[in-house]
Design a protein around this ligand. Structure first.
Ligand SMILES: [Zn+2]
Length: 297
């Protein structure tokens, strides 16, 4: 048996293992001017579980349709479950998690949930390329972060093209913030997979995990224990690779999922830093829906 991974863009994947079809996030519909798989959430006709890293639309939008169309169960934060209930998903089809849960997915597959951190969205307007070093912004209060988030929203409403604006307006689901970011570690008969969908972590949690394959978000300013990284996104990815020591690393959230805000990320600076800091980690680059075999190692 093998375990495969299909990338749908942004941080959304289908993990196929031990006869299960597990969606990691559910954001499939895209702005008309964004590249992608060409599919929509309504095109998904088989799914057993949907595991959601946090409640922002670019992770959660679509889960309500996949769940209703396929009967898949959603695993996500209390905020994710609140938003999905409002969108019409029955409560008994969802499991609320906050970190610390160990869930049997069937067929010999389990998932463990850990608390995590969201990237420091408030610290920048446009996304930067991963080699760009950012310093400062330490000790910024919750209130100041919120003020800057407001500025970012104003900036986006002016900068996004009509296609992208219309898409954002239609996909906002009424979330109250990220809902608390989570990371997940799947144990399968073929090996283990860690899933992270935003560039942040608690270092005391990450350093004790040893997945065979790590999926890491590569977008924005990395968040380490609640503070923005003093360095580049490439250094953030390399630091996480050094903590986790996976055999294989797969990036997500690095495509141009929302033109005008996101960037088409240059992977080379990440490769360069990884080569110095964690040379044994193999970086795989996935195309959309290429059904890549990731396990066994
Ligand atoms: Zn987010």
């Amino acid at each position: 048996m093998t375990t495969t991974l299909d990338w749908y863009g942004c941080a959304t994947f289908a993990l196929k293992t031990a006869g299960l079809n597990i969606f990691l996030d559910a954001y499939i519909d895209r702005a008309a001017n964004a590249p992608g798989s060409g599919l929509k959430a309504d095109d998904i006709d088989a799914c057993d579980w949907i595991v959601v890293g946090h409640s922002h639309f670019d992770h959660l939008y679509g889960a309500e349709r996949i769940a209703v169309n396929t009967g898949a169960k959603i695993i996500g934060s209390y905020e994710t479950v609140r938003v999905m209930e409002q969108a019409g998903v029955p409560l008994e089809q969802m499991i609320c998690v906050a970190g610390g849960e160990y869930i049997d997915l069937g067929n010999g597959v389990t998932v463990s949930v850990y608390p995590s951190q969201h990237s420091c969205v408030w610290s920048h307007a446009e996304m930067h390329q991963p080699g760009e070093v950012c310093i400062g912004d330490l000790g910024v209060t919750w209130q100041e972060q919120n003020r800057r988030m407001g500025e970012l929203m104003d900036y986006l409403s002016q900068e996004l093209e009509a296609d992208a604006s219309a898409h954002v307006a239609s996909s906002l689901q009424g979330d109250r913030g990220d809902g608390g970011a989570l990371i997940f570690v799947f144990e399968t008969p073929d090996g283990s997979v860690l899933f992270q969908d935003t560039s942040g972590h608690w270092s005391g949690i990450l350093r004790d995990l040893r997945p065979d394959v790590a999926i890491m978000a590569a977008a924005g300013r990395g968040n380490i224990d609640g503070e923005p990284i003093q360095g580049s996104l490439a250094e953030f990815i390399a630091r996480q690779s050094d903590l986790l020591r996976p055999s294989k690393l797969i990036l997500c959230h690095h495509d141009n999922w929302l033109p005008g805000f996101s960037v088409d990320t240059d992977i080379q600076p990440i490769r360069d830093v990884l080569q110095r800091v964690a040379p044994r980690v193999e970086l795989l680059e996935l195309g959309y829906l290429d059904g890549r075999e990731i396990l066994p190692i």
